[in-house]
Design a protein around this ligand. Structure first.
Ligand code: C5P
Length: 231
């Protein structure tokens, strides 16, 4: 059955401090969303791309993403990321009722290489219900506590067993719809909801280029990478 990618781009991106929602900030002559979708729509293993944007920017996004037609479809998201993904799942299942695999990807990771998508798609096609890309943690991690305005270290955490998780995250349609059906409360990623259903989540290698643009510093790095790699 078909493989779909949901690109979520309905966040406000307040931590970036720009005047437009994050996905609509430019990296060069193109926005973060245009970069993310250009890479996703090019993947031979992907049949359907659903892009989720703020409701007032659906028309603007359709114009911006004309270059990727007819594989790309735009729909409106919600207040929380979970709401936006849910809207994306509904849209995928309306367009492709026979979809077998769904990848959920942050538009805020526009430089994610095709190799990461490939590793996720291979794992889901091979029978994994849930797969996430991960990187080792390079910094030393400590748990802290703040009391009366003073922050002190409580413990140093063993980083060997920890991973930083990226997107795209891949799921069988059954696992993802089950997780979102059962979902109560919010999760910072989709695999978090799948875990709560007791479904095993597999891990493959992520990539430094799949970093998430969150702060002005990240935006500076992304613009530098794009300038360096050319059009
Ligand atoms: O805020 P953060 O960068 O963690 O958001 C991750 C991704 O989720 C972004 O691509 C953002 O556009 C998306 N998102 C969304 N709807 C929301 C909040 C975030 O699509 N309500």
């Amino acid at each position: 059955g078909p493989t779909a990618v949901i690109v979520v781009a309905a966040g406000s991106g307040q931590r970036l401090g720009e005047s437009v929602p994050k996905a609509f900030v430019k990296l060069d002559d193109r926005t973060i969303l245009q970069h993310a979708v250009a890479r996703t729509a090019k993947l031979p293993a992907v049949d359907v791309v659903v892009v989720v944007v703020p409701a007032d920017l659906v028309a603007r996004a359709r114009l911006d993403l004309m270059f990727a037609r007819p594989r790309v479809s735009v729909t409106a998201g919600g207040a929380e990321r979970t709401d936006s993904v849910r809207a994306g799942i509904d849209h995928v299942l309306a367009l492709a009722p026979d979809a077998k695999a769904i990848l959920v990807h942050d538009a805020a990771r526009p430089l994610t290489p095709a190799s990461v998508f490939d590793r996720i798609i291979v794992a889901v096609s091979g029978g994994c219900d849930a797969v996430v890309p991960a990187l080792p943690v390079v910094d030393t991690l400590k748990r802290v506590a703040t009391d009366a305005g003073q922050t002190t270290v409580e413990a140093t955490v063993d980083r060997e067993t920890l991973r930083a998780i990226q997107t795209p995250q891949g799921f069988s349609v059954d696992a993802l719809t089950r997780a979102y059906h059962a979902a109560s409360g919010l999760a910072t990623d989709d695999a978090g909801l799948v875990e709560r259903c007791g479904i095993p989540v597999h891990v493959v290698d992520g990539d430094a280029l799949a970093f998430k643009i969150t702060t002005p510093w990240d935006l500076r790095i992304a613009r530098g990478v794009v300038a360096e790699s050319g059009p």
